[in-house]
Design a protein around this ligand. Structure first.
Ligand code: SAH
Ligand code: SF4
Length: 373
């Protein structure tokens, strides 16, 4: 008879964790304060295993370990860029590889996390898109990237992590079953303010509407990349399913929900989406939902011979937006020397693993998840 799977303590929201632990310790006739001890080990002391919980009697540690686990990823690779950007490649329990990136600026330390192993969206400018979809991450696997990164920065006195962006691998709003609880856990469990957490989406309308309904003020970034449907379709296949007018409508509802900031991400690709004639439409969309626009030079990927827009053109866009009443910022590309663009480290590592041990890599893209709507 095989044992029931253990529950990952990192995947539970604080309320659910409290309830599950309360039941567990009550069943064992243990005092109620054991619950607080474990909760402190999870959210404050960042225990990487139940064995570390040394203020529990060893009999309680092993009993806890029978029903629960802490599913920590293994650090498969870490790369530190000259500009201070740090990229981690994490190996999950089943061998899947995912990335997270730490991006320091003078005022903040932002952690960029992944929400899926791979991505099913197939955006043509994105290394993750080209790599295909492997599987959804659990809430615990999303949160574990934060815990492991925090341990890494604390050991080097580089902390604290001030902001989190869901801009690593995957489309967070196609994994809402795990992303919703992960937001709750980061906010309520680890005490990260909702306004410091940004979910980035390529335009999954039902997901935007769900996020609008949450009471917390999580921020939303729309990966826009083109202000017109036809051009956008050539970059983002999802545009066919959720066309821009619908996406903007959903954003309007998000905006109307109050106090919630929207950002447009606009990756500038030379000769593809940087024509000045696009400026009025871009400004119009931004004005409709009071969005702030991030202009990002395209980061070259192995699968396309596109290049970033010229700096002068990016500045022209910024000035053109300003003239039309839209605030924007030009984002420098960070960590280019360590493949910090979305999905690149994993892509390169898979190629390296494939060369040395072809059997380890499954060449077929995984199944498409059911809840892609
Ligand atoms: N799937 C979500 C979040 C992950 S992608 C989304 O698409 O929004 C995070 C951001 O990186 C997105 O804005 C995406 O458009 C951008 N991006 C992907 N590949 C890029 C590249 N090669 N150069 C610049 N930005 C890129
Ligand atoms: Fe997926 Fe975002 Fe990359 Fe598109 S840009 S393929 S949605 S990770």
């Amino acid at each position: 008879m095989s044992a029931a799977p253990r529950q990952d303590l990192l995947s539970l929201t604080p309320d659910a964790l409290r309830a599950a632990l309360g039941e567990h310790f009550a069943r064992r006739g243990q005092p109620a304060y054991r619950v607080d001890q474990v909760i402190q080990w999870i959210y404050e002391r960042l225990a990487a295993s139940i064995d570390e919980m040394t203020d529990l009697p060893s009999s309680e540690r092993s009993a806890l370990g029978e029903g629960f686990e802490i599913a920590e990823p293994e650090e498969a690779r870490v790369e530190v860029s000259k500009d201070g950007t740090v990229k981690h490649l994490w190996k999950l329990a089943d061998g899947e590889l995912i990335e997270s990136v730490l991006i320091p600026t003078s005022k903040r330390l932002t952690l960029c996390i992944s929400s899926q192993a791979g991505c099913a969206m197939g955006c043509t400018f994105c290394a993750t898109g080209w790599g295909g979809f492997d599987r959804q991450l659990t809430a615990g696997e999303i949160v574990a990237q934060y815990r492991a990164s925090r341990r890494w920065v604390e050991a080097r006195d580089r902390g604290p992590i001030s902001n989190i962006v869901y801009m690593g691998m995957g489309e967070p709003l196609s994994n809402r079953k795990a992303v919703h609880p992960s937001l709750t856990i980061l906010n309520q469990g680890y005490g990260l303010g909702a306004r410091r957490i940004t979910v980035s989406t390529v335009g999954v309308v039902p997901g935007i509407l769900e996020l609008a309904q949450r009471p917390e003020q999580f921020r939303l970034a729309l990966s826009l990349h083109a202000p017109e449907s036809q051009l956008r379709q050539s970059l983002i296949p999802l545009e066919k399913r959720h066309p821009l007018p619908q996406v903007i409508d959903a954003l309007r509802r998000f905006d109307e929900a109050g106090g919630k900031r929207i950002t447009f991400e606009y990756t500038m690709i030379r000769g593809v989406n940087d024509d000045l004639s696009l400026l009025p439409a871009l400004a119009d969309l931004a004005n409709q939902v009071r969005a702030f626009v991030n202009l990002i030079p395209f980061n070259p990927i192995p699968y396309q011979d596109w290049t970033p827009s010229r700096p002068e053109r990016i500045e022209e866009f910024a000035r053109g937006l300003e003239a039309r009443g839209v605030a924007s910022a030009i984002r420098e590309t960070r960590g280019r020397d360590i493949d910090a663009a979305c999905g690149q480290l994993r892509a390169h590592t898979l190629v390296q693993i494939e060369r040395s041990a072809p059997d380890l890599v499954d060449p077929a893209p995984g199944p498409v998840p059911a809840d892609l709507s």
